[in-house]
Design a protein around this ligand. Sequence first.
Ligand code: MRU
Length: 341
Amino acid sequence: MQTVDHVRLSADENDLVILDQTQLPNRQVYLTLRSREELFKAIKELQIRGAPAIGIFAGFAMYVLARQYPREGFLERFREDAAYLNSSRPTAVNLSWALKRMTAAAERSGGDLAVLRRECQAILEEDIAMCTAISEHGLSLLREGDGVLTHCNAGPIATSKYGTAIGPILLAAERGIRLRAFCDETRPLLQGARLTSWELSRAGVDTTLICDNMAATVMSQGKVQFCFVGCDRVAMNGDAANKIGTYGVAILAKHFGIPFYVLGPTSTIDRHCPTGKDIPVELRAEEEIRSRWYAEPMAPAEVKCYNPSFDVTDHSLISGIITEKGICRPPYTESLKALFE
Ligand code: MRU
């Protein structure tokens, strides 16, 4: 698979270098980040995005910041910056998960930089292993010629390698199994158009981009055999938060009898979150709806907009949750709990 080096340390390890996802697919621009403000902004403004990638980024970000702290007051600074980064985006649980891991490593080792370096590397390597396993489990459901519809972007740049929701499609392409991918463009930030269709096309997958409001038509024409989507936080009853619009896709899939799967690593399952009602949903700027990505505003400047960035798909609409440990089936209160036993 053609990979993009989208999160890495600089050679001297003083900076974090990321591919700026807001500039894709037109330009591959790398940003060099060092200060807490730059690192916070990269998450907030979606220069780095996708739940697992945000977790990987947060691990390396804490290492880069830790290298700047004096010994005196090290742990206080570390905890303070972890809390600051954690406030950048609320929905993807991988952010707080990775920051907790790094904080525990800092506390355990008394701020040993070598230990912190190993911990952030481990978060990255574990994600590669998890995404590879998720892709294998997802691919086990698919047959040559199947059409798979996906929403938003849950590909390599949203994770470490392969991705989650599009991992099975990329793995199939590597093995010469031909599938057809349908990408929802994913308003308002167009992750499906800008990122998913770019990643799939580069991998040689038969890729068709559709507007979000075309999914029902494409499904009714028998072109879609499976819906595969990623997730930002899965509650213990199986309710799953993902990019706004996912819930609608799940409802359509139910109507047309199309299996709807959520794919994500166990780092995206929140053991402290009983149901979808407990998942914080990020509200983003109105400007993203009115004018972002357009040469001219596409709505009157004064019109009120409502811009929740995620929605929560009810567990009753989900055929299975595919993690690195296998495919969880309903009742999710049992199958998800079993993952952690
Ligand atoms: O706002 P984004 O672009 O970070 O939202 C991303 C998604 O909703 C993805 O589907 C999810 O994080 C899974 S990425 C493997």
